[in-house]
Design a protein around this ligand. Structure first.
Ligand SMILES: Nc1ccn([C@@H]2O[C@H](COP(=O)(O)OP(=O)(O)OP(=O)(O)O)[C@@H](O)[C@H]2O)c(=O)n1
Ligand SMILES: C[C@](O)(CO)[C@H](O)COP(=O)(O)O
Length: 377
């Protein structure tokens, strides 16, 4: 079924500390989640209603998406919805879904349920039955409210466009309606209740962001990295971010910390984001003698920008000498610091090759690493 959508994002978000629609959630601006979900579900046009000074921010937050346009809203939510309705094009009896940008975790299932429920009614809204006992009062209980038949209204709320426009055209005295269903009910319309979704929670208070982050569906991925460097004359070697006195050093364009290089590749690998050479070409003089920590930090920053997080890392150093064990805890501590991980999520191990191969002959040292990450699905 074809439909249009209005995403209202013109509020000030004062209870959340301001500007909640532009804040990142799982690596994407809050407003982008719903616009993407509606476009993916087949919305022919999505009108995004923003504050008068928010048009540039909308362009930035929704860059790369097609099928939406922004329009300035008003002082009350109802004014913003009216501004969105005025912008609609297309057939008058087409369904329109009105949705709060502040409810980012919108699923295709909820959209489908609303569109299925609409024929034969004036509207349908996503809602959840009240499941807690309800009390009335201020600092002490004045009564217990019967919760049977009570629902918590969510958005989207779906209507035939012409029906909603007609209902909003009536402007009775009194406080502004807080949702579309109230407007259509007041106008004598029949509005159906459709099963909502707890994940459609409205971001209202600062603490709601942590809750929403936890509700984002994530996929777990594993990346692997391997690196080797040749031994040469020197007095110290850098391994996993720690300097170890030694009678040789590892030769490389940077500080040749093979442990950090393998780990950087493991993080990039888990993201499908190329390898360390793509991001820090060895031909670039900028990286000559560079501390390899910055390569790993860069990889983790790219992960964070995509809304991802590291779960654990595991590095194996392969060499006959130096003995790694005396430095292992310092390496774990340094990696835990760089990666903002608890120590028990960081493992550093070492093995010899029993004098076999290039590490056994002490021509070079090798390192292999695994990284587990979580990315928004
Ligand atoms: N004049 C307004 C007021 C609200 N909204 C939108 O309506 C949705 C639900 O409103 P609410 O969560 O209450 O947002 P704010 O009004 O922004 O929050 P607050 O009351 O804390 O300032 C939000 O997506 C908000 O951007 C809007 O488009 N125009
Ligand atoms: C529309 C709404 O999300 C339904 O629950 C809600 O009424 C909007 O929030 P507000 O705080 O009342 O503006």
């Amino acid at each position: 079924m074809t439909f249009a959508a209005i995403v209202v994002a013109a509020g000030s978000g004062s209870r959340a500390g301001g500007d909640k629609q532009w804040r990142p959630l799982g690596g994407r601006p809050v407003v982008r989640w719903s616009v993407e979900a509606l476009l993916k579900a087949g919305a022919e046009e999505v009108i995004v209603v923003v504050a008068a000074d928010g048009l540039d921010r909308a362009a930035e937050a929704l860059g790369g998406l097609e099928g939406w346009r922004a329009v300035a809203g008003g002082a009350e939510r109802a004014d913003s919805v009216r501004a969105g309705l005025a912008e609609l094009t297309g057939v008058a009896d087409r369904p329109v879904l009105v949705h709060d940008a502040a409810r980012p975790l919108l699923s295709a299932d909820v959209i489908a349920r609303l569109l299925e429920a609409l024929p034969g009614a004036d509207g349908a809204i996503a809602a959840l039955p009240v499941s807690d006992t309800l009390k009335r009062g201020a600092d002490r209980i004045e009564g217990t409210v019967d919760r049977s038949g009570l629902w918590r209204a969510q958005t989207p709320q779906a209507f035939r466009a012409d029906r909603l426009i007609a209902a909003y055209a009536v402007r009775p005295e009194g406080s502004a309606p807080t949702d579309e269903a109230a407007v259509v009910e007041r106008d004598g319309g029949v509005v159906r209740l459709v099963q909502g979704d707890p994940r459609l929670m409205k971001l209202t208070y600062p603490e709601d962001f942590a809750m929403a982050e936890a509700l984002i569906p994530r996929q777990t991925r594993v990346g692997q990295g391997f690196d080797a460097h040749r031994w040469g004359p020197g007095e110290e070697v850098w391994l996993c971010g720690v300097s170890i006195p030694h009678d040789q050093t590892l030769i490389g364009h940077s500080d040749a910390d093979a442990g950090l290089h393998a780990l950087t590749d493991a993080v990039l690998g888990a993201m499908g984001d190329g390898d360390i050479g793509d991001h820090f070409p060895p031909t670039d003089p900028k990286w000559k003698g560079a501390a390899s920590e910055q390569f790993l930090i860069h990889a983790v920053e790219r992960l964070t920008a995509r809304g991802g997080r590291l779960v654990n890392v595991d590095v194996t150093l392969i060499c006959e000498r130096p003995k790694v064990k005396p430095h292992r805890e310092a390496m774990r501590e340094r990696l835990a610091e760089i990666l903002h991980l608890p120590r028990d999520a960081v493992s550093v191990k070492a093995t010899t090759m029993e004098r076999m191969g290039f590490t056994g002959r002490e021509e070079g040292l090798a390192a292999s690493a695994l990284a587990t990450i979580e990315l928004p699905a």
